[in-house]
Design a protein around this ligand. Structure first.
Ligand code: GLN
Length: 476
């Protein structure tokens, strides 16, 4: 079992492993377990094998790209030419992409291989991967439990060894929370660090492309290839990418690490609390300077997020009207356009998506705009300022990634209890900064949980450097 893409690449170079053999190994696992776990909604077996054969020739000639050996799943939210693009929704059933997302171009041009498309919560709204038209994905570490969401199946595809990496998307925690629930690593880069061209929009001012893998070096390798400006996405940043691959191998550095008191509140599972305290002690022994910090507006994060994200979603999802994309439902007793919209949208969207469209429309409506949307925008700025202030005196913030471990399927029927999963992750999206979740240990219930590091905008090198150090401490 390989623990990183780098190890696979070494084995490929030494010829102790062949790429077609590696891909066939993953396909074997998919064949045996995908039926039960419901992780991949499309398996691209033939394409993956033939690409593996092509890339193997390049490896033999010493001409392979930086991601040769990286076999990944792609969340069903990314356009991939000639493949279905459904976002886990019935409303997009039947839609085939006519172009590749920018990330797909960048990954495949560096010889990464896509092995299949990963299930997800419909339109990336959810924290459990239970809200999908394809049915729920199960956690490979214990199939009674959810893998988290909305990139739960992306995380699960790595945990189940269907592949060695995945690209999820993180709007409020959808990469970091599933990473925490499946013992994998999930990175939410700074807003604008990676092009969103070809990522179906949920909440455009929050959405981030999220590399996932089984180690910090994996996500660093992915980020290296994905980061950078793209003229097709005008929110992508011209800030030059760093040297992320080198950052994770740099020698030990002492960081000033902030511990935000608001992330150790009542809802935090006591065992996770204890473990994170132990990790803080390890950090002190390793020579880091630990400082208590306060991010007082954190308490408004959840409310702010659910106002702004639903507002943006209601506007983004207005385009699914049955005319231009996917599935159309025409009422039998009417020929009016309005009835076609109503019927298509009533049948096409699941309950959670409808709830958010309704909420988002409400907060944007005349008479309520100022008191909800306008106010939430102001609070968003205050939340960002909390972080800016903290980063004046610390390099990095350390906290739990999630308040609990994974929960059982069907356990969280109440939407609010589901939303509470993301209290520690969504502030980073509100602030636009970067953050990562890495495995931190196992709970007595047998399930893993992660710790989160957060750093300022475009500080991914520092973030990855620090996370790689902690990964080493925790592996020993
Ligand atoms: N769970 C959060 C939500 O449902 C975050 C989702 C995400 O990051 N895509 O909105």
């Amino acid at each position: 079992m390989y623990t990183s893409i780098l190890k696979i690449q070494n084995a490929l170079i030494k010829k102790t492993l062949s790429l077609p053999e590696l891909v066939k190994g993953y396909l074997g696992k998919i064949e045996s377990h995908n039926g039960d776990l419901n992780i991949l909604i499309e398996v691209q077996a033939d394409e993956a094998i033939s690409r593996a054969e092509e890339i193997q020739l390049k490896i033999n000639q010493g001409k392979a790209g930086a991601l040769a050996g990286c076999i990944l799943s792609l969340k069903d939210v990314y356009a991939q030419k000639n493949h279905p693009l459904t976002c886990g929704s019935s409303i997009l059933k039947g839609l085939t992409s006519v172009y590749d997302a920018e990330i797909v171009d960048r990954l495949t041009s560096q010889d990464a291989i896509i092995i299949g498309r990963a299930n997800m919560d419909e339109f990336a709204m959810g924290s459990s991967n239970e809200h999908s038209v394809y049915g729920p994905t199960r956690n490979p570490l214990n199939p009674d439990y959810v893998p988290g969401g909305s990139s739960g199946a992306s995380a699960a595809s790595i945990a189940a060894q269907f592949c060695n990496a995945s690209i999820g998307s993180d709007t409020g925690g959808s990469v970091r929370q599933p990473a925490s629930y499946t013992e994998t690593v999930g990175l939410k880069p700074t807003y604008g660090r990676i092009s969103r061209h070809g990522l179906v929009a949920y909440a455009s001012s929050f959405d981030s492309v999220g590399p996932m893998g089984s180690s910090v070096s994996d996500v660093a390798q992915l980020l290296q290839v994905l980061a950078g400006e793209d003229e097709k996405d005008n929110s992508s940043s011209s800030n030059p990418p760093g040297d992320y691959v080198t950052a994770v191998t740099q020698e030990h550095r002492s960081f000033t690490i902030g511990i935000p008191s608001e992330y150790f509140s009542d809802g935090l599972d006591p065992e996770i609390h204890r473990k994170v305290d132990e990790i803080i002690q390890i950090a002190e022994k390793e020579g880091h300077l630990l400082k208590k910090v306060s991010l007082p507006y954190t308490q408004y994060g959840l409310a702010t997020y659910y106002i702004l994200a639903t507002a943006e979603a209601s506007s983004n999802l207005a385009r699914y009207d049955g005319i231009r994309f996917g599935n159309r439902k025409m009422p039998t007793d009417s020929t009016s356009l309005r009835d076609l919209y109503i019927e298509t949208r009533t049948q096409g969207f699941g309950d959670e998506v409808k709830r958010r469209i309704l909420l988002g429309t409400y907060v944007l409506s005349k008479g309520y705009y100022d008191s909800y949307y306008g106010k939430a925008q102001k609070v968003r700025r205050l939340i960002r300022e909390d972080f800016l202030r903290a980063f004046e005196s610390v390099d990095i913030l350390l906290s739990p990634a999630t308040p609990t471990t994974a929960f059982k399927l069907g356990e969280k029927a109440d939407p609010l209890s589901m939303y509470l999963n993301d209290v520690y992750t969504l502030p980073a999206n509100l602030a636009g900064i970067c953050a990562i979740s890495i495995p931190a240990g196992k709970h007595s219930n047998g399930m893993p949980f992660g710790i989160q590091f957060q750093a300022g905008s475009f500080q991914e090198e520092k973030l990855l450097h620090c996370a790689a150090q902690f990964e080493r401490y925790l592996n020993h």
